[in-house]
Design a protein around this ligand. Structure first.
Ligand SMILES: C[S@@+](CC[C@H](N)C(=O)[O-])C[C@H]1O[C@@H](n2cnc3c(N)ncnc32)[C@H](O)[C@@H]1O
Length: 204
């Protein structure tokens, strides 16, 4: 298994970084794309794309039109870029070495996130300004505070084992906050993952 810590920038190494590199398990990636109904009309943006796994799964398994990833960490950017080349997906997967806060998100129909609660909060005004009506935002483990999740007819938020997925739709989600309840098992994993990820302002 890849030791992702080898590639990680630590918190604060890059001023714009709002999360360290921790990969989403592929089974959870699939659920994120399934839950958000990723499909042929979608342009997916993964903000902080790591090794590109969400981009590749979106194109190869969900046949999305295009997948775009932003990544600040040079090693992860290079890993994702080389994979694009190796897979011959240059026409459909674009990996951009840079800060997603500087990106124009208006072309996205689906945003995928695995950041932090405070990172999501910093992105929220940008989402509300730039995303078009009908666009979805799906976030692994961390909610967009102040937004209401789309109820997929299942639990709210959706869980994959101890992983939580938060699905939002523009502009319907700009309303009341989510009610977050965790089982003891979820709470224990949440504490572990929170310690890997978070600044003081994310705790709670
Ligand atoms: C937890 S990892 C998620 C990787 C991938 N999305 C996944 O789910 O497997 C978060 C990634 O976001 C990147 N990142 C954090 N802040 C960023 C920023 N402002 N611009 C671009 N990338 C950023 C980090 O370098 C890291 O690779």
């Amino acid at each position: 298994m890849m030791d992702h810590r080898r590639y990680s920038l630590q918190w604060g190494d890059v001023p714009a970084s709002v999360a360290p590199y921790v990969p989403t398990p592929i089974s959870v990636v699939r659920k994120m794309l399934e839950l958000s109904k990723a499909g042929v009309d979608d342009v997916v943006y993964d903000l902080g794309c790591g090794d590109g796994r969400i981009l590749f799964t979106a194109v190869e398994e969900f046949d999305v039109k295009k997948a775009v990833g932003y990544e600040l960490n040079p090693s992860m950017y290079e890993t994702a870029r080389l994979k694009v080349e190796r897979k011959g997906l240059q026409g459909r997967v674009e990996v951009i070495k840079g800060n997603f806060f500087l990106a124009n998100l208006s072309g996205a129909s689906l945003i995928t996130l695995y950041l932090t609660t405070s990172g999501n909060a910093k992105l929220r005004p940008k989402f509300e300004r730039e995303l078009r009506g009908g666009a979805r935002v799906v976030s692994h483990d961390f909610p967009v505070q102040g937004w209401t999740t789309v109820k997929p007819g299942l639990s709210n938020p959706y869980t994959v084992g101890s992983h939580r997925l938060y699905l939002y739709r523009i502009p319907d989600s700009y309303e009341a906050g989510t009610d977050i309840r965790r089982s003891p098992r979820e709470e224990s994993r949440w504490r572990r993952i929170r310690d890997i990820f978070l600044h003081d302002d994310d705790r709670g």
